[in-house]
Design a protein around this ligand. Structure first.
Ligand SMILES: *[C@@H]1O[C@H](CO)[C@@H](O)[C@H](O)[C@H]1NC(C)=O
Ligand SMILES: *[C@@H]1O[C@H](CO)[C@@H](O)[C@H](O)[C@H]1NC(C)=O
Ligand SMILES: *[C@@H]1O[C@H](CO)[C@@H](O)[C@H](O)[C@H]1NC(C)=O
Ligand SMILES: *[C@@H]1O[C@H](CO)[C@@H](O)[C@H](O)[C@H]1NC(C)=O
Length: 477
C-alpha cells in the first residue's frame, strides 16, 4: 500500500530537484523497502522463522547488525537534511518545492524508523530464541499463547485476544486467574473479513454489517469477538405487541432493520410470491394459513399409504405427561413450534440464523426466545439437562455423515436421560436414507415413532423421515 504512494510522489516533481536529495531519497527508499520485505517474510512465517533461527542462529545476526548501522546512518543524514531546511530562509519562489521535499523526507524518515523499530524487536526475540538453542524446538516450554495477537494487525483484535488477568490478582467467579477470550481458528483463514468486522471506532455506532458477522460465523469464525461499538437498531422501534397478541400476529415493520433483506416488510415475507431471499420454510411468515395448523393437524399425508411424517404435539407430550418442560428447537423457522409448545406449558428456545429473512427478530417479536446459533458450535447447554430437542428442515440430505455424528452426539449430551429427540420431516434422497437411519440407530434410543414417507414433489426421488426417540439411561460408571 505504501509503495504506490511514494512512487506517485516521486512522479509529481521531476523538475528542479536538488540531485543530492533525490539520490539520498532513492537510497533511503531502497533500503526501507528491502528491509521491510525481509521483515515481512519473517513475520508471516513465524514458525519457520523460529526454526531457522534455531538451526542457524549466527547466520542472521551479522546482516541484521549491518542493516541496523546503515539504517542509523540514513536516518541521521535525513534528519540533518531536514534540519537544514528548517533553518534556512527559503526564497519565496522556491518555498513550495522546499515544503514538498521536506515533507517527502519526513515521510521516508517515518518509514525507515518503523523498520528500525521492528528490526530491534525482532532482534530481541531472536536473542531469546538463541538463548534456548540447546533445547529442541518441540521440547521448548510452550509460550503463553498470545499468538493471535501477533497474527492480526487490527489493534482491536489484538486487544481482544490478549489474555486479561483479573484485577486485584484474585480468581474470578469462574475459578480462573484471567479471562481467555477466544476466536475460532477459522477466523485466521478469514483474516480480511475479520479485520473488516473489527475495524470500527470505539464507542461509535457499528457498521450495518451483521451479514458480514453471520458470514464469519457460518464459515467457522464462531464465536465472534465482541465489539466496543453500538449495534444498529431500527430507526423507530415501537414497543412489541403484548404477549396475548404477539404470538399469532405479524409484528410491526418498524421493529426490524430491513436494509440487508430482500423483502422490506413482513407482508412481503408472508406473501406467496417467490424471490423472497430464502428458500427453506418459504411460508414460515404466513402465520394464519401455514403456521397455525402445524403440529396440531397433520400437514402432509401420503395418500397411498395414509401415513404422515407430521407428529402432533399433544400425542408426543402424552407419552410422558407433564415430564417434558424445557427444550430446544433447532430448525429454520419463525418459532411456531415454541409458540405452540408454550400453550402446553413447555418452554422452548428456538435456534436459528437469519438465512435471508429476519428469523431471529421475528421469533423475539412474537415473544419467544431466539438463540442465534450456527451448526458449527457445541450447544450452550450443560450435559443431561434438556427434556426435548426438536429439529425440522435443518438436518437434511445435505449434511455430511461425520458432521451428523458429531451433532447427534452433542445433542445426546445435552438431552437428559428419558428426554426426547424429535426428528421432524427429515428429507433426503431415497438411496441415502439407510445411511442416515444408521446414524440415528447408533444412538440406541428407544423408538416411540419411526416413519418413512415418500416425498412426491421431486420425481419420487426423495423421502421424508420422522422419528420420536427417547434417550436411554446409561447406568454405567
Ligand atoms: C492462579 O493464581 C494463583 C495465585 O497467584 C496460583 O497459585 C495458581 O496456580 C494460578 N492458577 C492458574 C490456573 O494459573
Ligand atoms: C411491502 O414491500 C413490498 C415490496 O417489498 C411493497 O411492494 C409493499 O408496498 C410493501 N407493503 C407495505 C404495507 O409497506
Ligand atoms: C386414514 O387415516 C385416518 C385417520 O388416521 C382414517 O380415519 C382413515 O379412514 C384412513 N384412510 C384410509 C384410506 O385408510
Ligand atoms: C398450563 O398451565 C396453566 C397454569 O399453570 C394451566 O392453567 C393450564 O391448564 C396448563 N395447560 C396445559 C395444556 O397443561
Amino acid at each position: 500500500m505504501r509503495k504506490p504512494n511514494v512512487f506517485k510522489k516521486l512522479g509529481t516533481w521531476r523538475g528542479g530537484i536538488r540531485s543530492s536529495i533525490f539520490v539520498l531519497s532513492i537510497f533511503a527508499l531502497i533500503i526501507s523497502l528491502g528491509t521491510l520485505s525481509k521483515f515481512n517474510s519473517l513475520g508471516s512465517f513465524h514458525v519457520t522463522d523460529t526454526l531457522c533461527n534455531y538451526v542457524n542462529p549466527e547466520s542472521q545476526s551479522r546482516p541484521d547488525s549491518h542493516v541496523r548501522r546503515t539504517l542509523e546512518t540514513v536516518i541521521q543524514k535525513i534528519q540533518q537534511e531536514l534540519d537544514k531546511f528548517r533553518d534556512s530562509e527559503p526564497e519565496p519562489s522556491s518555498s513550495k518545492h522546499v515544503l514538498k521535499y521536506s515533507s517527502f523526507l519526513a515521510d521516508i524518515l517515518g518509514h525507515i524508523e518503523s523498520v528500525q523499530t521492528s528490526l530491534s524487536q525482532n532482534e530481541e526475540t531472536h536473542e531469546l530464541n538463541s538463548g534456548a538453542k540447546d533445547i529442541h524446538p518441540l521440547l521448548k516450554p510452550k509460550q503463553q499463547s498470545d499468538e493471535p495477537a501477533d497474527y492480526f494487525l487490527i489493534e482491536e483484535i489484538r486487544k481482544y485476544v490478549k489474555i486479561k488477568p483479573n484485577r486485584l490478582g484474585k480468581q474470578n467467579f469462574m475459578g480462573a486467574n484471567g479471562t481467555f477470550t477466544s476466536i475460532g481458528h477459522a477466523c485466521f483463514a478469514m483474516k480480511k473479513e475479520l479485520e473488516e468486522y473489527m475495524d470500527y471506532d470505539i464507542g461509535e455506532i457499528c457498521n450495518d454489517d451483521w451479514r458480514l458477522a453471520q458470514k464469519l460465523m457460518v464459515h467457522g469464525c464462531d464465536p465472534l469477538p465482541r465489539r466496543r461499538c453500538f449495534s444498529r437498531a431500527p430507526k423507530l422501534y415501537s414497543k412489541p405487541f403484548p404477549i396475548h397478541e404477539s404470538m399469532w400476529k405479524l409484528p410491526d415493520n418498524r421493529n426490524v432493520r430491513w436494509s440487508n433483506y430482500r423483502c422490506k416488510n413482513f407482508t412481503c415475507l408472508a406473501s406467496k410470491k417467490t424471490q423472497k431471499g430464502f428458500f427453506k420454510c418459504a411460508d414460515c411468515f404466513n402465520l394464519q394459513d401455514h403456521e397455525k395448523p402445524r403440529w396440531i393437524k397433520p400437514a402432509y399425508l401420503d395418500t397411498n399409504s395414509n401415513v404422515t411424517a407430521d407428529f402432533l404435539i399433544p400425542e408426543v407430550l402424552n407419552i410422558k405427561p407433564g415430564e417434558i418442560r424445557i427444550g430446544l428447537d433447532f430448525s429454520v423457522g419463525t418459532g411456531t413450534f415454541a409458540a405452540r409448545m408454550r400453550e402446553f406449558n413447555v418452554t422452548i428456545v428456538s435456534a436459528t440464523i437469519n438465512l435471508g429473512a429476519p428469523f431471529n427478530e421475528m421469533i423475539a417479536l412474537r415473544g419467544l426466545v431466539p438463540l442465534y446459533l450456527t451448526i458449527n458450535q457445541r450447544l450452550p447447554f450443560f450435559d443431561n439437562t434438556l427434556d426435548l430437542i426438536h429439529t425440522t428442515r435443518f438436518l437434511d440430505g445435505w449434511i455430511d455423515f461425520v458432521l451428523l455424528d458429531f451433532v447427534l452426539y452433542d445433542w445426546d449430551r445435552a438431552l437428559r436421560p428419558g428426554g426426547f429427540l424429535w426428528v421432524d420431516s427429515f428429507f433426503c434422497l431415497k438411496e441415502d436414507l439407510s445411511d442416515y437411519l444408521e446414524a440415528l440407530r447408533m444412538l440406541r434410543y428407544k423408538k416411540h415413532k419411526w416413519v418413512v414417507v415418500p416425498k412426491l414433489d421431486k420425481d419420487d426421488k426423495e423421502v421424508f423421515f420422522s422419528a420420536l426417540l427417547e434417550k436411554p439411561g446409561r447406568p454405567f460408571r
